[in-house]
Design a protein around this ligand. Structure first.
Ligand code: PMM
Length: 264
């Protein structure tokens, strides 16, 4: 059964919810409501990865996320830490996180993979071709699905070489990361082949720009983006995804329940 990962962005500038949950108490309250709505795990992040975003110092990132991770973990919540910094990953695991979600697949911080190997938790390796400030400049592919699958295999090999147990690895095609419009659909179509590697897959389409473009309205509001997200999440479940990462938990849960009834 595909798990629902609820998003808790403790940032001033994330694309769809920046600034709403910067106060730790507000972030924890939001996280509790996502859990009550049925999220299986919660992904706490303190650095926006939206296109064009600037990097955040690890110290600032940790001030944002650690109180939230600690509060949720103490309540027994399965917490994931969304970070590209090894020091933040380790500090969050100390505070109770059980999964490190690195959208850069270990590329942004050369210490990440060895650090995660040391603390013995699961890791999500995302497909990534450089920081947000320049990722679209690198969105040049001849066969995006194959290239994403091949580049993820390289990240998996690096993780295993760094000492991470293969059973701890989850791969993520990095929807919206260094991919424009239709390249995201081509990548999603490659999901079964990405999952054929035997590793669990995580898919994050939530509210992303390519969905609004597909709806023919780049200004599509969150309600429309959440509905589109629920559809892609149900299709990802059908393609075998281990988990989907979403802002709107109830809508996606409903979509997954309907897809499951069909046989996804
Ligand atoms: N997308 C965002 C942030 N973190 N993590 C994973 N594993 N996969 C994603 O697709 C992903 C991610 C950007 O979305 P947000 O700023 O709306 O949270």
């Amino acid at each position: 059964m595909t798990l629902v990962m609820g998003i808790v962005n403790v940032t001033p500038d994330s694309f769809s919810d920046g600034g709403r949950y910067l106060d730790p108490d507000v972030a924890v309250a939001h996280a509790r409501s996502l859990r009550a709505q049925g999220a299986d795990l919660l992904d706490v992040g303190g650095e926006s990865t939206r296109p064009g975003a600037e990097r955040v110092a690890p110290r600032v990132e940790q001030q944002r996320v650690l109180p939230v991770v600690a509060a949720l973990a103490s309540e027994g919540v399965f917490v994931s830490i969304d970070t590209m910094n090894a020091s933040t990953a380790v500090a969050a695991v100390d505070a109770g996180a059980r999964l490190v979600n690195d959208v850069s697949g270990g590329l942004a911080d050369p210490d990440m993979l060895a650090a995660v190997a040391d603390v013995h938790v699961d890791i999500v390796l995302g497909h990534w071709r450089g920081p947000s400030s320049e990722m679209y400049a690198r969105a040049d592919y001849s066969d995006v699905g194959r290239e994403v699958a091949a580049e993820l295999r390289e990240r998996v090999a690096a993780a295993v070489a760094a000492g991470i147990d293969p059973s701890r690895i989850v791969v993520d095609p990095g929807i919206g990361f260094g991919k424009r419009g239709a390249q995201n659909w081509e990548t999603l179509r490659a999901l079964p082949s990405i999952g054929a590697s035997g590793y669990r897959t995580l898919v994050g389409t939530s509210r992303k720009r390519f969905l609004a473009e597909t709806l023919g309205d780049e200004d599509a509001d969150l309600t429309r983006r959440d509905l589109a997200t629920a559809v892609t999440s149900a299709l990802a479940a059908r393609a075998g995804a281990w988990a989907v990462r979403v802002h709107d938990v109830p809508t996606t849960r409903d979509a997954l329940a309907v897809a499951r009834a069909w046989g996804a």
